[in-house]
Ligand binder design. Sequence first.
Ligand code: FEO
Length: 178
Amino acid sequence: MIGERLCHAMNEQIKNELESYYIYLSMTGWLHARNLDGMAHWMRCQAHEEMIHAMKFFDHIHDRGGKVVLLNLNQLKTDWASPLEIWEDTLRHEQFISSKINDLTTIAREEKDYTSEPMLAWFSKEQMEEEATAGKMLEQIRMIESNQTGILLLDRELGARVFPAGSPLDPLAYNVTA
Ligand code: FEO
């Protein structure tokens, strides 16, 4: 059974992951409004991944006999000055999430919760990849920031990201006119 302290921290992490979902969905809207549809699509895929992360914690708490408690989400940023600021915020946010995964791992070790450790190790690896991706995007945007052609080419490239099959965020997965 999951310990009370780790259970509480994982419920906090469900909130953090759902806030990530909200942030990236908010960025999706901002980018769509500026006709950067490729970047918007990339962010929408990212939002989908964050919902999955939240549900991994949700299921883990439940499977370990803990109580899932959904906490209030904070009011988040809804406007950005530029795509550059979007990617700066993305990297900063992923660094914040990584620090939270590290905190969870510390608690799991202190509580000798060897069942939670492999799941948290998966998240550590995921965070390493997410920080690397966000950092690379940020550097690329910095390189081309004042070059509109470069922005449009990157936008087209990011539009190629593929949704996982059956994603509820994939516009092709549902018919809004039905
Ligand atoms: Fe679930 Fe991007 O951290």
